[in-house]
Design a protein around this ligand. Structure first.
Ligand code: GLN
Length: 310
């Protein structure tokens, strides 16, 4: 007999609670280094709008690179497909913070989800505004799609990102040298560091992901966040580039468009069926959540949610 979604989610949380191979938490800033690796949360929103959650689904964590999905959505809304003149759509096969391809690809980052690409996306959102206004726009968007006014930026995380972000500063300066940043480097970095420092729970993140799962629509407000075609394309980028140099392996094992962050969160999108958020702070060598990926692999298999078939 097959289990219901609620039973499956509960069983996965119980399974994850017993696992000992949890990966290593990110250590580049104290706020992430100090997070208890023993945590795991999961939240799933289905087509009826029902939320199913288990584990530490109400504990806030640092969104980090999962925010790049939302900044990409905003930037496309602002500048449309002209964004693709400045950012590519190919998996990089390199680490998320790599600089090497930028040299021979003349300052055009491989995709919007590696740091270099997300920094260009932040610049596109910033265009003509102050960093405060740009960040206000990002936060308002996230609060709207998640139906939750409590979502905020963790200022301590933002400060630490700024204090230690030498590679990101190098990427931004290099992009600027190629003419692929328009606003001052410090301002673009300020926006980037702060959107990475937003705190969310699994529940908030799953709710925020609904527009990608349901053809661009916002189910509760009844409105449209993006066109169906745009949602489809953002999902395609999540599938091909959402886990950096682990994207191929994630597609092989899980088969669902998803975006990870070094806070240990993953947003996964099952078109027409569900938006899922998982969180567990221990990471693998590519900076992707070990238990988050394991949980999604089981969920995808049990629910037959892989986009490649059962
Ligand atoms: N703030 C992190 C960085 O810029 C985000 C990286 C990530 O989540 N993969 O390095």
């Amino acid at each position: 007999m097959s289990l219901s979604l609620a039973e499956t989610v509960a069983a996965i949380a119980a399974d994850m609670a017993g696992r000992t191979e949890r990966g290593k938490v990110a250590t580049y800033i104290p706020e992430l280094a100090g997070v208890d690796p023993g945590q795991f949360g999961i939240a799933v929103v289905d087509a009826e709008g029902t939320l199913t959650a288990a584990g530490d689904s109400e504990t806030p964590f640092s969104i980090q690179s999962v925010s790049k999905v939302f900044t990409l959505t905003l930037a496309l809304g602002k500048v449309g497909d002209t964004l693709w003149n400045r950012v590519g759509r190919e998996p990089s096969g390199n680490a998320f913070n790599s600089i090497t391809q930028l040299e021979y690809e003349k300052g055009i980052p491989r995709n919007p989800f590696i740091n270099a690409g997300a920094i260009v996306v932040a610049d596109a959102i910033l265009a003509g505004h102050t960093p405060k206004v740009a960040l206000g726009e990002i936060l308002r968007f996230l609060r709207f799609i998640a139906d939750d006014e409590d979502i905020h930026i963790d200022q301590k995380v933002a400060r630490s990102e700024q204090d230690t972000g030498f590679r990101n500063a190098a990427l931004a300066n290099y992009l600027r040298a190629f003419g692929n940043l328009r606003a001052p480097v410090e301002q673009v970095l300020g926006v980037y560091f702060h959107h990475c420092a937003i705190a969310v729970t699994c529940r908030q993140l799953a709710l925020a992901g609904r527009y990608l799962a349901f053809g661009g629509r916002h189910p509760t407000a009844g409105g449209r966040v993006v066109s169906a075609g745009r949602a489809k394309r953002i999902n395609a980028l999540m599938l091909t580039c959402g886990h950096y140099d682990g994207s191929g392996d994630f597609a092989f094992k899980v088969g669902i468009p998803a975006k990870s962050g070094v806070g240990g969160g993953i947003l996964a999108v099952v078109p027409g069926k569900a938006a899922i958020a998982v969180w567990s702070p221990g990471l693998d060598a590519q900076g992707n959540s070990v238990l988050g990926s394991a949980a999604l692999e089981i969920l995808s298999q049990r629910m037959q949610w892989s986009v490649f078939g059962a």
